[in-house]
Write a protein that binds this ligand. Structure first.
Ligand code: 2IT
Length: 448
């Protein structure tokens, strides 16, 4: 049996009941054959694949908190510190009812490769809780964040592990989490978390970074193929911070966003989500209602309940900005039938492995999330640099660095593909490039 198959089988055996984690392990390891074949003896001797699929540690803890009526609740908290071969663990915190160990491990595993691609010294980690922020008061959110940090603080630090936001964790939550950390430790400690408010060490462009970076990366893809964003139509899902940043940059570069989605369905706006309509996305998010229908009611466009845009709306580019596994095989088939040419994945692992294989086999260019959405964590890395240097870079300084990093990710993918004599397969290229750097660092540092 091949080394890769052996490790996939072993991982399956050791992690029963973890479908999301196994999905990403299969997807990533399934593309590493060219690298493994070239260097199998060294990789086997150093147990590189075995160590890459085993997190350094997985922390699970109790998070008790009291609601506004005085009723007590208990949630489960997580921090998975997956790999710190190239730098301190780095990755977001997600508060969502469907958070479990499998979801945390898939995100932390992806994060290790993604962070490697940014070129910045950051390892991979992820955390969060099955806490549901929907409908909670500000005071409840604060009490939950304080309780969460009562345990998390002992596992993190500016040279150890630097958390940030993810779904359900935005600027407000980061503020409370940082406040709790600072109170417990009695020190600023280079800001510890990223995504902080501007008044206490946050970076300009961090809120926009994931969506901007995703658009910059896609611009590189199109330029490579002799095409451009100008005049293209985009279907987005989600209407949160990431979709907002993407809509801003797509609009600025002459593209047109025609859909957004929420848990309630999707809106179709053939005139384009632009100008004040983009600002309205922030209002919808701030309302806490978590429905996208409000947009259709306000601007008089079509709302389709209970569906995603995938396959239902014709466009040049699909950009999922919401969830894992939002594009399944039936969506992939409808996309191909509708002549979709590009899938620019923004949310982490938005496509099932079956759908991904089908899309690639049918000529759809798939840009993988670990490259596309790396601008978010990249600007988090820039926030860390500013905090440790006591610096505050201008918007232009950060944006220029972000563009440089996104260009660099695309060119690393091209180099990896050409090193192995492969065609333009962004999914394989991103995995191979991310893998090489982490593997080299692990080999250099010995068996640990
Ligand atoms: O998935 C991601 O890369 C994030 N949620 C951002 C992580 C970070 O540390 O900024």
């Amino acid at each position: 049996m091949s080394y890769i198959s052996e490790v996939i089988e072993m991982t399956e055996r050791k992690n029963p009941g973890e479908p999301e984690f196994m999905q990403t392990v299969r997807e990533v390891l399934g593309t590493l054959a060219p690298a493994v074949e070239q260097n199998e003896e060294v990789l086997r001797k150093n147990c590189i694949l075995e160590r890459m699929v085993e997190p350094d540690r997985q922390i699970i803890f109790r998070v008790p908190w009291t609601d506004d009526k005085g009723v007590n609740h208990v949630n489960r908290g997580f921090r998975v510190q997956f790999n710190n071969a190239i730098g301190p663990y780095k990755g977001g915190l997600r508060f969502q009812p469907n958070v479990n160990l499998s979801v945390m491990k898939f995100l932390a595993f992806e994060q290790t490769f993604k962070n490697s691609l940014t070129g910045l010294p950051m390892g991979g980690g992820k955390g969060g809780s099955d806490f549901d922020p929907a409908g909670k008061s500000d005071a409840e959110i604060m009490r939950f964040c304080y309780s969460f940090m009562m345990e998390l603080y002992r596992h993190i630090g500016p040279d150890v592990d630097v958390p940030a936001g993810d779904m359900g964790v935005g600027a407000r939550e980061i503020g409370y989490l940082f406040g709790a950390y600072k109170k417990i430790r009695g020190a600023y400690e280079n800001g510890v978390l990223t995504g902080k408010g501007l008044s206490f060490g946050g970076s300009l462009i961090r809120p926009e970074a994931t969506g901007y970076g995703a658009t910059y990366f896609f611009k590189e893809v199109l330029e490579h193929l002799g095409d451009s964003i100008e005049g293209k139509t985009f279907c987005l899902s989600g209407f949160g911070n990431v979709a907002w940043g993407a809509a801003l940059k797509i609009d600025a570069l002459g593209g047109k966003v025609v859909t957004l989605s929420g848990p309630d369905g999707y809106i179709y706006d053939p005139d384009g989500v632009k100008g004040e309509k983009i600002d309205y996305m922030l209002e919808m998010r701030a309302s806490g209602r978590n429905v996208v229908k409000d947009y259709a009611d306000k601007y008089g466009c079509e709302f389709v309940a209970g569906k995603k845009p995938w396959g239902n709306v014709a466009a040049d580019v699909y950009m999922p900005c919401a969830m894992q596994n939002e594009i399944r095989i039936e969506d992939a088939k409808a996309m191909v039938a509708n002549g979709i040419k590009y899938l620019n994945e923004v949310s982490n692992m938005p496509t099932t492995n079956e759908a991904l294989t089908y899309l690639q086999a049918n000529g759809v260019i798939v840009a993988p999330s670990k490259a596309v959405n790396a601008g978010g964590v990249a600007v988090s890395g820039l926030e860390m640099s500013q905090n440790s240097g006591r610096l505050a870079w201008t918007e232009k300084e950060v944006d220029d660095k972000l563009q440089f990093i996104m260009k660099g990710i695309h060119s690393q993918i091209i180099s990896a593909l050409s090193a192995y004599g492969m065609d333009y397969n962004l999914v394989a290229g991103a995995n191979l490039a991310g893998f090489k750097k982490v593997a080299d660092a692990m080999i250099a540092q010995g068996l640990n």
